[in-house]
Every structure is written in structure tokens, then in C-alpha cells.
Ligand binder design. Structure first.
Ligand SMILES: [Zn+2]
Ligand SMILES: [Zn+2]
Length: 135
């Protein structure tokens, strides 16, 4: 028996056994709903507020708000929040990294599996090969 599932509740700070995905204790689950409403209302009034600003103004944990953004929960209510891309810091509103970083990573994985855009890739590849041969 370990304490692997013992986590600190994001809302009240109490330690509890984590059962679901969230770091919120059972007694705070209803509270989360309230806090969510608070954030939602704040954002209706100030749609351009950053997560940091919302956290400061509403005194709600920034990580909690981030969770809602990442889950797309705020987006479903019509609020688009942006937060920095984990790779380049550009503002994004879904996932962990921005589109261009995704593309950059996509290039790497594509060249490994390499099935998409066969035609275009073929030209690139043959150009690359002929370049290589010239040297
Ligand atoms: Zn709690
Ligand atoms: Zn990025």
C-alpha cells in the first residue's frame, strides 16, 4: 500500500486519495462548479483577460483555470482563452503546443512514417538525392 494516489486538492489544499482524473477532493467537486461559473462570468465581462489576470481577480488557482481551458470546457461555453505554447510561447487556445510547433513536430514524424503527400515528397526526395549525388 503506497500513497501514490494521495494528492493535494487544488481548491482546498487538503490531501486526499485521487480516484478520478482531477486533483479535486470529493468535498470540493461542487465548489469547482461554483468557481467555474465565477471564472465564466468574469470572462464574459472581460473576454480579453489572460489566465493570470483571471486567477488574480477571482482568486482561483491558475492551474485550475488552465485545466478548464485544456479540457475545452471554457471553449464550449463560447469563451476562447489563450495561454502560451509550451514550445515557443505563442498564444494558443487548445492543446499544449501551437499549430506551427505541431507542424514542426509533424515534419519529424512524417519523415519517419512518410505516407502523406506522396507526390510532393517524391519530388523533394529526388531533389534531395540528386543534390546529394552532386556533392
Ligand atoms: Zn478540496
Ligand atoms: Zn509553438
Amino acid at each position: 500500500m503506497g500513497f501514490d494516489n494521495l494528492v493535494e486538492c487544488k481548491i482546498c489544499g487538503k490531501l486526499f486519495m485521487k480516484t478520478g482524473r482531477k486533483n479535486i477532493c470529493p468535498s470540493c467537486l461542487n465548489k469547482e462548479e461554483e468557481l467555474f461559473m465565477e471564472v465564466k462570468n468574469y470572462l464574459y465581462d472581460s473576454p480579453n483577460a489572460s489566465i493570470k489576470e483571471v486567477a488574480e481577480q477571482t482568486e482561483i488557482d491558475e492551474g485550475l483555470i488552465m485545466d478548464w481551458v485544456r479540457e475545452g470546457r471554457l471553449e464550449r461555453t463560447g469563451i476562447i482563452m489563450t495561454y502560451p505554447c509550451e514550445m515557443c510561447g505563442k498564444p494558443i487556445h487548445t492543446g499544449k503546443i501551437c499549430k506551427s510547433c505541431q507542424n514542426e513536430l509533424g515534419v519529424v514524424s512524417d519523415s519517419l512514417s512518410g505516407t502523406k503527400d506522396e507526390g510532393k515528397d517524391e519530388t523533394k526526395r529526388s531533389m534531395y538525392i540528386s543534390d546529394k549525388f552532386k556533392k
